[in-house]
Design a protein around this ligand. Structure first.
Ligand code: ME8
Length: 520
């Protein structure tokens, strides 16, 4: 096993309804970087999962007439299917209802209580009696309960609190001394100026008004509340405070917590403070990506304006959707989802640029050389600039991948694809093919193109694993020519290989097919 480790996590999602294209983006991005790190020889570990406790779930289950556990089991099965559909190669799926997680949470709670970081007090808020829910002033809609619209009244309940303020100075110091800790940079300034510097409130970490949660074992009636149950999933999954801490020793601290900007505050303030209290090292980076927006604003389960990834995969295929979300979301900014953009990515980038490059190259190799490029080759004009680009692309892609700038990484791969297509126009193999004297030159042209396709296959394999597999089959490339090391030099496509052209990688989407998808 490699001694270079890489541990990355996604948020654990609420199983309060089916997940949408926004959750899909985060998880596809995490899967892509994990696959890329594995390609580069890292022992990479991807954790995802579900955040299953809380009043909302308890109520949804009651409304459905089932127990909370039955309710979440059903939703979680659907989420696991979604990740299979999206080709997500996670190493572990953690559920906050896993008994091991629950035990760890109880141990963490007790430890923090014993050392004086958690204390008992009263939680005050606005209470809706029919819904049995506490709300903060800011959550109210027109001064009424945001769930049912009925009046609320001031109330208080006994609760435990976590001493956040005690660690504020240490946190600020850590953030300032570790410029990579919060990414992108703009989010760092927001956290410091809007939240840490104005002063941190102690955090309410238990409730008595509902029961669907991890019980506080030394104080029956209290359940652990939200973030202190959810955030430690990143270490409970590794066996923290249980008798098998091997994964913890191997992978902690995490290299990246990948989250959306909606929860960056919890990951860069609450979570590091919990870790400081536990005397554990902090994650190396928390990366808060932007939102996928629909025309009307952020997609959300509660607003109901969601885009179902499974429908899109059925229509367009998994890699088209993976490519689209990764390409569309620029580093740190929001991206807009619409089906026209997805279709235009498929038709132009995938079918025209990539698909045509493969099919034209293989068709010509078959036509002129029965599928085997001869070893007698003659160098010529245009070769050098293509080869130069092919040689430097892997490193440039790697730099963007490490920054988690997937859009730019793909853009760099597509520069090589476009350059290869241009090389076909420049060298005009169909003209060379007519002249028996030019056989050697034609062989070199086909070799260079096939070699670029091999490099592209390796480079896209993390973002689009299924397409890379199909390309490898058509190129008939043995697996030792599909490694990261093998694309560090130009000329690794083996001699004597018979290429095998088959169906198009991405059939063009005709307008009427797209309209059918939109109608649903
Ligand atoms: O917040 N665009 O769960 P959640 C991009 N359980 N990403 C989006 C998105 C959108 N429109 N909508 C959701 C929770 N996401 C907690 C997390 S972690 C210890 C606990 C993604 O189901 C994005 O990653 O609401 C966001 O942070 C996450 O889903 C929120 O998922």
């Amino acid at each position: 096993m490699s001694d270079k480790t890489f541990y990355i996590t996604t948020p654990i999602y609420y199983p309060s309804g089916n997940l949408h294209i926004g959750h899909t983006y985060t998880t596809v991005a995490a899967d892509t970087i994990t696959r890329f790190k594995k390609l580069k020889g890292y022992d990479a570990y991807l954790l995802t999962g579900t955040d299953e406790h809380g009043q909302k779930i308890q109520k949804a289950a009651a409304a459905a007439g089932v127990s909370p556990k039955e309710y979440v089991d059903g939703v979680v099965a659907g989420i696991k299917n979604l990740w299979d559909t999206m080709n997500i190669n996670y190493d572990q799926f953690i559920r906050t209802t896993d008994p091991e997680h629950e035990k760890t949470i109880q141990r963490i709670f007790k430890k923090l209580y014993d050392q004086g970081d958690i204390y008992k007090s009263n939680y005050e808020g606005m209470y809706c009696t029919p819904c049995e829910s506490f709300w903060t002033e800011s959550q109210l809609v027109d001064g009424k309960c945001p769930d049912c619209g009925r009046p609320v009244e001031k109330a208080s309940e006994e609760a435990y609190f976590f001493k956040m303020s005690k660690y504020a100075d240490d946190l600020l110091k850590h953030i300032e001394e570790n410029p990579d800790f919060i990414q992108p940079e703009s989010r760092k300034n927001e956290m410091i100026n809007n939240f840490i510097k104005p002063g941190l409130q102690d955090l309410c970490v238990s409730r008595t008004s509902f029961s669907w949660g991890v019980p506080v074992d030394f104080d029956p009636g209290h359940v652990v509340y939200v973030w202190i149950d959810a955030l430690p999933n990143y270490i409970s999954a590794l066996g923290y405070l249980n008798d098998k801490p091997d994964l913890m020793n191997r992978y902690w601290p995490a290299d990246v917590h990948l989250v959306g900007k909606d929860i960056i505050r919890f990951h860069t303030i609450y979570w590091p403070i919990i870790l400081m209290a536990l005397k554990l090292p902090l994650p190396k980076k928390v990366y808060g990506h932007g939102w996928i927006l629909l025309k009307g604003g952020k997609m959300s389960k509660s607003v109901g304006n969601v885009v179902d990834p499974v429908t899109l995969v059925d229509k367009y295929g998994v890699d088209a959707l993976r490519y689209h979300v990764l390409r569309e979301m620029n580093y740190g900014s929001d991206g807009v989802y619409n089906e026209d953009l997805l279709v235009s990515h498929i038709n132009s980038d995938l079918a025209n640029d990539l698909g045509n490059l493969l099919s034209r190259t293989l068709a010509m190799t078959e036509k002129y050389f029965d599928g085997i490029i001869p070893a007698e080759r003659e160098k010529g004009e245009f070769d050098d600039s293509l080869i130069e680009l092919a040689k430097k692309t892997p490193e440039v892609v790697s730099e963007y991948m490490d920054k988690l700038d997937f859009s730019r990484a793909l853009e760099e791969i597509w520069k090589l694809i476009s350059r290869s297509n241009k090389y076909i126009d420049e060298t005009q193999p169909w003209v060379l093919g007519k002249d028996p004297e030019k056989k050697g030159r034609l062989a070199q042209v086909m070799y260079n193109l096939t070699e670029c396709l091999r490099i592209v296959t390796v480079l896209i394999s993390s973002a689009m694993p299924q397409t890379a597999e199909k390309m490898a089959v058509q190129l008939n490339c043995p697996s030792d020519c599909l490694t990261w090391e093998s694309i560090q030099k130009f000329g690794g496509f083996p001699e004597g290989i018979v290429v095998k052209r088959s169906e198009a990688l991405f059939p063009r989407i005709e307008l009427n097919k797209k309209e059918e998808a939109t109608k649903e």
